[in-house]
Write a protein that binds this ligand. Structure first.
Ligand code: PMP
Length: 458
């Protein structure tokens, strides 16, 4: 039973003394006050239980307060919490060995940070040092962090400040075949893969070619021959689980490398088996990046980030001294290590693949039934459902309707997320321990709510 601070007092403190931006980020009309979590469940201060289908943006990977992870944390808390960068201790080294084994060659050198933004900052610095170039390209609609440097890569109006954000960053068009200018109707027929296939007649929509042409434009017009890196998520998370056309990343990586730049995959949301059939999202594209960044699910909600790169890039980076007091502390590493073990022991990657594919398949049926579900996409347990006024225009549903649908889903006991420029994409990223019964409960709630609004809007 909840014995903490009363809700009105929490809200008062938030209004008086808490970072006021977080009030804007409070998703619901009436904030949800949570006080306990267990596996896929959250309880609010009134004792109401929610099925967590957002997991704090895929942060909770194996389940809230997972017993094995909690036990590992408790054990480490009682022995050593110190920094790892002055003295040596066992947990970071045990973890580095385990994590490095999860990557293909030549990605073998690991650095630790405390967050995804810090990991991306570090990757930017590495790429600039290694290439001697400065400019970096990322996708429009991407979120790569909120630090002054990564804000240049983050191309999402809601997160930008009215000052120069991250000098030397350029954005290319996200190859989004649903909302972007290129991509035929048939590019969205098979939602259960990392990439999208164009099933149009030959020569019909040219989606891949056109988005690659756009990248060439950015390369030649903004940064002729001086590119340090290309940053991209394998599936765009905050942008709304956007899948790129098959071969886009392969072709983009080839172009960037030809121009002297490095290819960086931001796996902050897509890593650790979330996409189901692959442990890393980049594997679904058949590419190997030069640098990969990770955070969120790495430690099941405990603050941690990491960067992996090649020995060669690590040597260039060794020109200066890199120090991070808490990054990869024994505590963080003991937790992350037990998360990695749990992913294997609990078979969460397989759950992502099976339940994710089931959800995507069932949601695609709802998409075919309702005019206001424009697109269903994603891979594994990283799913986006884009809500539209109508399938022809693909314009977003009005903001008020979107908010009401979102509230109704919550009132029926399920928490999902929102993404896309207009918050028009419902994001589904549960902890990877959900069951088919959970998926069925979500589908029942979602179709019930959608039916109501489909009738109202028709
Ligand atoms: N990259 C991606 C893809 C993210 O989704 C986020 C956070 N939403 C970040 C980086 C930044 O991570 P953090 O909030 O831990 O700094």
């Amino acid at each position: 039973q909840y014995k903490g601070m009363p809700k009105d007092r929490i809200l008062e403190i938030r209004k008086q003394s808490y970072n006021p931006m977080t009030l804007k980020a409070t998703y619901y009309k009436q904030p949800v006050y949570i006080h306990q979590g267990y596996m896929q469940w959250l309880w609010d201060t009134d004792g109401r239980r929610y099925l967590d289908f957002f997991a704090g943006v895929a942060t909770v990977s194996v389940g809230h307060c997972h017993p094995k992870v909690t036990e590992a944390a408790e054990k480490q808390l009682r022995s050593l919490w110190h920094t790892t960068n002055i003295y040596m201790s066992s947990p970071p080294h045990e973890y580095v060995e385990k994590l490095a084994a999860c990557f293909p060659d030549p990605l073998k050198v690991i650095y630790f940070t405390n967050s995804g933004s810090e990991a991306n900052d570090l990757a930017m610095l590495m790429a600039r040092l290694h290439t001697g170039n400065y400019d970096i390209i990322s996708f429009r609609g991407a979120y790569h962090g909120g630090s002054p440097q990564t804000l240049g890569l983050t191309s999402y109006s809601a997160y930008k400040f009215p000052i120069a954000n991250g000098f030397g960053c350029h954005n290319t068009m996200c190859p989004d075949v649903f909302k972007g200018p290129w991509g035929g109707k048939n590019c969205r027929d098979s939602p259960v893969q990392t990439v999208r296939d164009c099933n149009c007649a030959p020569g019909c929509c040219h989606a891949n070619d056109m988005y690659i042409e756009e990248l060439k434009e950015v390369l030649s017009s903004s940064v002729p021959c001086r590119i340090a890196a290309f940053f991209g998520e394998p599936l765009q998370g905050v942008g709304g689980a956007v899948q790129y056309p098959r071969n886009y990343l392969k072709e983009a990586y080839r172009l960037i490398r030809q121009s002297g730049g490095l290819c960086i995959a931001d796996e902050v949301q897509t890593g650790f088996g979330r996409t189901g059939s692959d442990f890393w999202g980049f594997q679904g594209h058949g590419v190997i990046p030069d640098i990969v960044t990770m955070a969120k699910g790495i430690a099941n909600g405990y603050p941690m980030g990491a960067v992996v790169t090649t020995k060669e890039i690590a040597e260039s980076f060794a020109k200066g001294l890199h120090f991070n007091t808490f990054g990869g502390s024994p505590l963080a590493c003991a937790i992350a290590s037990s998360v990695l073990d749990t992913i294997k022991e609990d078979g969460t990657q397989q759950i992502s693949a099976t339940i994710g594919t089931y959800l995507l398949t069932e949601l695609a049926k709802l998409r075919d039934k309702y005019e206001i579900i424009g697109d269903v996409r994603g891979k594994g347990l990283l799913i986006g459902v884009e809500m539209v006024k109508d399938k022809e225009s693909r314009r977003p549903l009005p903001a008020e309707t979107l908010s009401q649908i979102f509230e109704d889903i919550k009132d029926m006991g399920i928490l999902v997320g929102r993404g896309g420029t207009f918050g028009q994409v419902f994001r589904i990223k549960p902890p990877m321990c959900i069951t088919k019964e959970d998926a069925d409960f979500f589908l029942a709630v979602f179709s019930h709510v959608i039916q109501k609004y489909a009738e109202l809007t028709s």
